[in-house]
Ligand binder design. Structure first.
Ligand code: NAD
Length: 478
């Protein structure tokens, strides 16, 4: 018996959760449920995180969490419960299988069978944002080696365990050479440990176009948080409907399983919602906790129901579908098909356990880290970069000189183009006058001089070389 936490959520949440649990119980799932309240009511009671402390304790104790969608109230101040759950519980891997059910659910891609493995904790979703000048705000994109290693290793282990043939990595490392560059580099390192699995890398823009056009050429796709968020919705929709997809959020200790879709408030309480997304999540959960046979039985009964043309309104299509059912009717149809297998669709045949055990992350010995310069970000309302340069040259030190100025990454000094549009946010790079290093004290002195010269420094970024290799971006055009 496995005790799991459930939350019925908002909108269509309660009805699809009831339908899902009815199927699980009828199939003989060996689970006991402990219910918590999350979502709209909790938010509106003044709790900006949408979840009470006591509920966290329950989730952490049971470790397995089946969650229906929730409604995040409009307006500022409310924190996304999904994002906090993923980060607090270290649910680093988001797994979304996207498989066509052709010809029973209309899709332009009959042979699609892709699993998107999305990094779930970092990237632009670290949520570190600042307004720095009147005109410019920034969001920090954080990519870490442990983050990359965990998700990429997960993708390869998952592929091996599920008998999949290929892992594709999507990044934009032609532009983001440090952040996406690290993701790609770690992908190459880990791919080399899995010679039995094919690997490839695509630049995300053309890769996404390929995924939308010929998804059948992809198998497992691993990518960073934001790309994965967007692409997994695209991939789910390509199979015919986002309403059919489930997802697993996997951590080392805890896991959360949920439908891809939201709380669909407009159709709530009408017994018309499709419970398939949450049911698919529940099947992944059973598979994960080792109740493989029950998971397989439910999956095959579900496939048979879809194949029989017993469809909810969202996927019902005249000529293909046979019976239009509501949420409860669909659950009843799945229950009556328990023990049966689909005839035309490929029957599910799960491996014993979907849990992937990764080795603990091993921190490497530190590299030789040298300070080789500093980027000083300045709020300045002028327009002529040469004028800003002459102001900044006043604070130069004999051993530290202004090296370049960029605006939104484009070099505007020395030798900028007058056509380049400039905002009030300037990155001013200072480097040693001769090849060599600078000290933290040099930076402090520059800042102090900048302050006494009325220069509005917003922030600085230290420029480092690791083991002799410069580890920062050049100015575009430099
Ligand atoms: P949504 O996914 O709720 O709905 C999009 C469309 O799909 C609607 O037309 C809806 O009726 C339909 N739909 C969704 N699920 C369906 C189902 N199971 N059966 C039939 N039709 C279905 O997205 P939205 O309208 O953008 O968001 C509604 C609310 O859900 C928002 O408050 C949003 O914040 C929240 N949301 C929650 C989660 C989550 O809890 N994981 C995820 C996404 C959105």
């Amino acid at each position: 018996m496995t005790k799991i936490t459930i939350a019925k959520g908002d909108g269509i949440g309660p009805e699809i959760m009831d339908a899902t649990l009815d199927i699980l119980m009828a199939a003989g799932a060996d689970i006991e449920t402990e219910e918590i309240e999350v979502g709209e009511k909790v938010y509106l009671s003044g709790n900006t995180s949408g979840i009470a402390k006591a509920s966290w304790d329950i989730i952490r104790r049971n470790k397995i969490f089946l969650k229906a969608p929730i409604t995040t109230p409009q307006g500022g101040g409310y924190k996304s419960l999904n994002v906090s759950t993923r980060k607090f519980l270290g649910l680093f891997a988001n797994i979304r299988p996207c498989k066509s059910l052709h010809p029973f659910v209309a899709t332009k891609h009959p042979n699609m069978d892709v699993v998107i493995v999305r990094e779930n904790e970092e990237d632009l979703y670290a949520g570190i944002e600042h307004q720095q000048t009147d005109e410019v705000v920034q969001c920090l994109k954080l990519i870490s080696r442990p983050g990359c290693e965990k998700i990429i290793r997960y993708a390869f282990e998952y592929a091996r365990q599920q008998g999949r043939k290929k892992v594709t990595c999507f990044t934009k490392d032609n532009i983001m050479k440090q952040t996406d560059g690290l993701f790609h580099k770690v992908f190459n390192e880990i791919a080399a440990e899995y010679p039995d699995i094919e690997n490839e890398h695509w630049i995300i823009d053309i890769g996404a176009a390929m995924l939308a056009d010929t998804p059948e050429v992809f198998d497992v796709v691993v990518t960073a948080n934001l790309y994965g968020d967007v692409l997994s919705d695209v991939a789910a929709q390509l199979t015919g409907s986002v309403g059919l997809g489930g997802s697993a959020n996997i951590g080392e200790e805890c896991s959360m399983f949920e439908a891809i879709h939201g709380s669909a408030p407009k159709i709530a309480g009408q017994n018309i919602a499709n419970p398939s997304g949450l049911l698919q999540a529940a099947v992944m959960m059973l598979h994960h906790i080792g109740q493989t046979e029950v998971a397989e039985t439910i999956q095959n009964a579900w496939l048979k129901t879809i194949e029989d043309g017993v469809h909810t309104a969202d996927v019902f299509k005249e000529g293909v579908s046979k019976v239009k059912v509501g949420t409860r009717g669909f659950a009843q149809a799945v229950i009556s098909n328990l023990g049966q297998k689909p005839a035309a669709l490929k029957a599910a045949s799960f491996e014993k356990n979907a849990r992937v055990n990764l080795p603990k992350y091993q921190r490497r010995s530190p590299a030789r880290k040298e300070l080789v310069g500093v980027d000083m970000f300045v709020h300045w309302n002028g327009f002529d970069p040469d004028e800003l340069a002459s102001i900044l040259q006043k604070i130069e030190k004999p051993n530290v000189k202004l090296n370049m100025i960029t605006n939104r990454g484009i070099k505007v000094f020395p030798e900028g183009f007058k056509e380049t549009f400039c905002t009030d946010h300037w990155r001013c790079r200072f480097k040693p006058s001769e090849e060599g290093l600078i000290s933290k004290n040099d930076i402090i002195e520059l800042l102090s001089k900048a302050d006494s010269n009325g220069i509005d420094v917003i922030k600085t970024e230290n420029l480092y070389a690791f083991d002799g290799t410069p580890a920062f971006s050049l100015g575009q055009g430099q």
